[in-house]
Design a protein around this ligand. Structure first.
Ligand code: HEM
Ligand SMILES: [Ca+2]
Ligand SMILES: [Ca+2]
Length: 318
């Protein structure tokens, strides 16, 4: 075990945290995620991303689920610009799962834990690994839009910037590469890569590290100016709905969508990891599980202040 004097002893998460208080928790959440996966497939990738954005801002504490209080001057995290693209279906999944869990185990399970479980379910439903989720997170009470931007990566962050951010969360270079593999499913709006395909770093030219056919296709979907803001492109052009390791093979073939995706192959520090993961799907799965567990324990709330278990995950209880 490691000592962490400055932060105090880390709160222990445990797979069987609710074994007595809510023994069927995983099945209750699964009944909702399976249904959502069928009815609104966009909920899957969006919920995985929701979990990431929760953990990186104030730790995995459900802070991203809180709604802005009516009449409040300060917006909540979910209304921050960087969270605008998170599909409503993701929040709906968590609300629905919470309602089902509350009906069986009232006042017991945190929203943060439900989000962690739902994210795991959607990874698995899309063909990814199934793993046991450790639980015991408390919900936070603080949710401020102003805290979001500095704690999330940008689509054109450099590898050094990404590393700095991930390291500040206790994640390593390897975790960055492995967790980016979540981009094996899901889509991005044009705004996140439009500069890359028309005016890369002010050159008036596209990024030279994009496959010309992908470039052409992306330009057809996304005009430089005045395009439809709802248009999206898949992160993984080969298997956009399947949670596999194709993402890494794509990076080798210059098929990365964001600058940050392609950077993982371009940088000599991360290229060997990309090569490894492209070759071995099982290895990617094993490492993804470990990295998700690490991400899922960022800033987990302990102590008596600023913690609660909300009845309604979007409710702001101050
Ligand atoms: C490494 C830095 C990362 C950057 C710069 C980044 C950036 C982005 C951007 C710009 C989008 C598109 C959003 C949209 O237009 O709707 C996106 C989507 C997504 N991200 Fe990331 N991301 C990163 C890491 C991660 C991590 C660590 C995870 C989870 C473990 C993740 C999971 C996802 C998923 C699943 C989507 C698809 C969402 C959907 O289709 O609704 N990303 N990301
Ligand atoms: Ca949070
Ligand atoms: Ca895929």
């Amino acid at each position: 075990t490691t000592t962490n004097a400055a932060a105090g002893p880390p709160r222990q998460l445990a797979v069987d945290y609710y074994a007595k208080s809510c023994p069927d928790l995983d099945q209750l959440v699964a009944s909702v995620t399976a249904q959502q996966f069928k009815e609104s497939p966009v909920a899957g990738p969006a919920t995985i991303r929701l979990f990431f954005h929760d953990c990186f801002v104030q730790g995995c504490d459900g802070s991203i689920l809180i709604s802005t209080s009516p009449g409040s001057k300060e917006l909540a995290e979910r209304d921050a610009q960087d969270n605008k693209d998170l599909a409503k279906e993701a929040y709906d999944s968590i609300e629905k799962a919470k309602a089902v869990v509350e009906s069986k185990c009232p006042g017991v399970v945190s929203c943060a834990d439900i989000l962690a479980i739902a994210a795991r379910d959607f990874v698995h439903l899309a063909g990814g690994p199934y793993y046991q989720v450790k639980k015991g997170r408390w919900d936070g009470k603080i949710s401020m839009a102003s805290m979001v931007h500095a704690n999330l990566p940008r689509a054109n962050s450099t590898l050094d910037e990404l590393l700095k951010l991930f390291t500040s969360k206790g994640l390593a270079l390897r975790d960055l590469v492995v967790l980016s593999g979540a981009h094996t499913i899901g889509f991005a709006h044009c705004e996140h890569f439009v500069t890359r395909i028309y005016d890369y770093r002010g050159s008036k030219q596209p990024d030279p590290s994009i496959d010309p056919r992908l470039l052409k296709a992306l330009r057809m979907s996304c005009p430089h100016f005045g395009g439809n803001v709802d248009i999206v492109a898949p992160f993984d052009v080969t298997t956009p709905f399947s949670f596999d390791n194709a993402y890494y093979g794509n990076l080798k073939a210059k098929l990365g969508l964001l600058e940050t995706d392609q950077a993982l192959f371009l940088d000599p520090r991360t290229q060997p990891l990309v090569q490894e993961l492209a070759k071995d799907k099982q290895k990617f799965f094993q490492e993804f599980v470990v990295a998700m567990e690490k991400m899922g324990s960022i800033g987990v709330k302990s102590g008596r202040t600023h913690r609660e278990k909300r009845k309604d995950c979007s409710m702001h209880m101050l």
